[in-house]
Design a protein around this ligand. Sequence first.
Ligand SMILES: NC(=O)c1ccc[n+]([C@@H]2O[C@H](COP(=O)([O-])OP(=O)(O)OC[C@H]3O[C@@H](n4cnc5c(N)ncnc54)[C@H](O)[C@@H]3O)[C@@H](O)[C@H]2O)c1
Length: 273
Amino acid sequence: MKGPDPSDTQLPTEDGGYQTYKAAGKLTGKKAVITGGDSGIGRAIAILYALEGADSLIAYLPDEEEDAQDTKNEIEKRGGKCYLYAADLRKRENCREVVDEAMSKMGTINILVNNAAYQNMTNGINELTEDQWIKTFDTNIHPYFFMAKYALQHMKSGDVIINCASVNAYIGRPDLLDYTSSKGAIIALTRGLCNQQITNGIRCNAVCPGPVWTPLIPSTMKTYAQDQFSGTPMGRPGQPSEIATSFVFLASQDSSFMSGQSLHPNGGVIVNG
Ligand SMILES: NC(=O)c1ccc[n+]([C@@H]2O[C@H](COP(=O)([O-])OP(=O)(O)OC[C@H]3O[C@@H](n4cnc5c(N)ncnc54)[C@H](O)[C@@H]3O)[C@@H](O)[C@H]2O)c1
């Protein structure tokens, strides 16, 4: 069963309805870089960050220009600021340019959200080509390292890095072997970076979403997998907004005693770690 239309700012209420996200100035004056911020979870993060008072630069694939413009409009409609930078982050020089652009437009980077990703389902290891394996790692993990390496040159005590992993790293999804492996690498990167940066006062955490109805899903998942999308213990997929709230928490001082950890907005799937 497919999910409802993706919502960036509406959160479910106890009675089955929806209410608009209530901001509280948690990120006033902060500057964020969000990769893959044009659509899906990244867009919801950019919008909630704007509602909380942060400016963002979003980086995205050049093909996604229209989505990026939509996101910028949604943010500006709400009085926020959003800068756009189209670049394929598989190239490390593009990651550096994103950081340079963010510095030139916003003057600093307080929050780095590594969120961009690629996935493609395959039936078993024989169908998974070597080229796809490389593409998945080139997209899902190498830019997370490059972005962190370049952004950290400008980050200071109190700043944060938040990486988007997936429930699949914990459940070991067999038809997404490459994606699942890259998401496991993101958890390990987050833990190692945490231990490197903790004495600098820079916190690094991860978010591991369960199924969320975003453009990634109909474009990359086979029909049987889309049909399983409500198969969480809660009996439904999540909304992008329900994942973005974890990114707000980890970006704000509300999570001041957390680093190296993973949050699991996944519809109630029990995971270890
Ligand atoms: N949707 C889900 O069910 C789900 C579940 C678990 C984890 N996630 C994770 O959430 C994150 C966001 O996914 P989404 O579902 O919102 O997907 P999405 O397709 O809406 O957004 C992903 C964005 O990443 C960007 N991107 C991809 N490759 C890129 C590249 N080479 N260079 C620059 N940008 C690139 C694109 O602009 C794209 O719009 C991903 O890390 C994904 O793995 C999603």
